[in-house]
Design a protein around this ligand. Structure first.
Ligand code: AMP
Length: 144
């Protein structure tokens, strides 16, 4: 997918927004959905998306929707910090397949980093068990 790719309304995050496929949700508003990444790079890896903005990447989104996303990213990162007490947190956002993007609905990754533990590879390996994601999500939700 190039940086100029058209938005596909059947991408996997659009399906999650519609409830066509399940997700472990952290919080949801009229505009924003935050949920656990099912192929986590570390314990607590989660994602923030806009529910109405049909943006494949950073260049498609209008400034108001981007502001809503950034505000939600900060709120969720704070909850990850307080709920999971990692040593650091990466905020990541990929644009285009060449950069590593695999889902073409604009999103921000929040990836806790724990000293002495390597991050898993991006978007690979087997999916995490829902029960395990739910246990971590409960700690994040409690810190929101
Ligand atoms: P990116 O490669 O930046 O587009 O990131 C897409 C992210 O979505 C990856 O970290 C995947 O692990 C994650 N992902 C893919 N499918 C799902 C899903 N069904 N539920 C939650 N996260 C997903």
């Amino acid at each position: 997918m190039s940086l100029e790719a058209q938005y596909d309304p059947d991408n996997i995050f659009a399906k999650i927004i519609r409830g066509d496929i399940p997700s472990v949700k952290l919080f949801e508003t009229d505009a924003i959905l935050a949920f656990m990444d099912v192929f986590p790079q570390s314990a607590g890896h989660c994602l923030v998306i806009h529910k109405q903005a049909t943006a494949t990447n950073l260049f498609d989104v209008d400034d108001g929707d981007l502001t809503a996303l950034a505000t939600a990213v900060k709120k969720l990162a704070r909850a990850v910090r307080d709920g999971l007490t990692p040593d650091g947190i990466r905020i990541v956002q990929f644009n285009g397949a060449s950069a590593g993007q695999t889902v073409y609905h604009l999103h921000f990754h929040i990836i806790p980093v724990y000293e002495g533990r390597d991050l898993s590879a991006h978007a690979s390996g087997g999916p995490a068990h829902t029960q395990d994601l739910e246990k971590i999500a409960a700690k994040i939700r409690a810190a929101l």
